[in-house]
Design a protein around this ligand. Structure first.
Ligand code: DAH
Length: 340
């Protein structure tokens, strides 16, 4: 009987060494220290023993109880540590692992080119305005001083909606709308879509983009036009480029010109981009025709102005070395993604 507590201690030690979980440990506690536990039973049964024996057994049983208690505490803390370690490895998160890539997309190169052109002019104090793509024949041709027999009016060149309305062939009608809607000084830039009945090929598309510019004020001269557009060319293509103005004809400007710039790739030596000529045609421009000022309601005696128009696709193609305009409209992300 006196050895019983130590036997129980050994047994408890063995069981605790094997206990794998909190529940196993708890079972050991109940088995030895619970109300109906084996050690508890010994302590309870001591009443029937003699004094000396009871004293000795009590001492041993109490020591064993303390020891089993501390073994249990130890086992519990070991089990908790193991459990935590298991969770750590099961829930391990490799924060250095590359994530799932998110495709962000980018602005279309035409949009980017329009933004860049507008930014350059905005920095020179121009505001941006837009006109409708469906325009009146009057605004697109008559108000712009186009003769009744002007070839671009032809059905084979222009998409008519009705006899009086069409898909604008140029952004120039925005000049008329702007003049009608505001008093000089006027300083606007207007990007947008234009339409012409052209068959698509490497340099033509029935839908394309232009940016129009209009400045009207007192005392505006051709020198202002040249300075402004030369500044634009340098900001768009680099400080190295120089510009020249070739006489041309547009019905809505007088005089009219086309602006060429020295090739920004070869500097004028002649290369593939400038097709050997050293110069690249960039835009049309001129001094606003008094007839246009009058139609727009501006005093043509008091005010003068200049206007210009440029093809966005052409500028984007030059800048990026793109050889086929149709690439812009195919929406192939392998192409568009190169401009991210
Ligand atoms: N609208 C002309 C075109 O489509 C471009 C142009 C030329 C616009 C001269 C202008 C200008 O404002 O002054 O070819």
């Amino acid at each position: 009987m006196l050895n019983k507590p130590d036997q129980l201690l050994e047994e408890a030690r063995k069981l605790l060494a094997q206990a794998a979980s909190e529940a196993d440990i708890e079972a050991v506690r109940i088995r030895f220290l619970g109300k109906k536990g084996e050690l508890t039973a010994i302590l309870r049964s001591m009443g029937s023993l003699g004094h000396e024996e009871r004293k000795e057994l009590g001492k041993r049983a109490n020591r064993v109880r303390d020891e089993v208690e501390s073994l249990i505490a130890e086992a519990k803390s070991k089990a908790a540590t193991l459990l935590r370690a298991a969770r750590f490895s099961a829930e391990r998160l490799d924060v250095t692992e590359p994530g799932t890539p998110v495709s962000l997309g980018n602005l279309h190169p035409i949009t980017q080119t329009i933004d860049e052109i507008c930014r350059i002019f905005a920095n020179m104090g121009y505001s941006v305005t837009e006109g409708p793509e469906v325009e009146t024949v009057f605004n697109n041709f008559d108000a712009l001083n186009a003769a009744p027999n002007h070839p671009s009016r032809d059905l084979t060149d222009t998409f008519y909606i009705t006899e009086d309305t069409l898909l604008r062939t140029q952004t120039s009608p925005v000049q008329v709308r702007t003049l009608r809607g505001a008093k000089p000084p006027i300083k606007v830039i207007s990007p947008g879509r234009c339409f012409r009945a052209d068959s698509p090929d490497a340099t033509h598309s029935p839908m394309f983009h232009q940016v129009e510019g209009l400045l009207v004020d007192e005392g505006v001269t051709m020198a202002d036009l040249k300075g402004t557009l030369d500044t634009f060319a340098k900001r768009m293509f680099g400080e190295r480029v120089v510009t020249k103005f070739r006489p041309h004809f547009f019905p809505f400007t007088e005089p009219s010109a086309e602006m060429d710039m020295s090739c920004f790739v070869c500097g004028g030596e002649g290369c593939r981009v400038c097709k050997g000529g050293g110069w690249i045609e960039i835009l049309g421009c001129g001094m606003v025709h008094p007839n246009v000022l009058r139609v727009g309601g501006a005093d043509a005696e008091r005010y003068t102005g200049f206007a210009f128009g440029m093809g966005v696709e052409r500028i984007a193609m030059l800048k990026h070395g793109i050889e086929d305009i149709r690439l812009f409209y195919e929406n192939d992300t392998r192409f568009i993604g190169q401009f991210g």
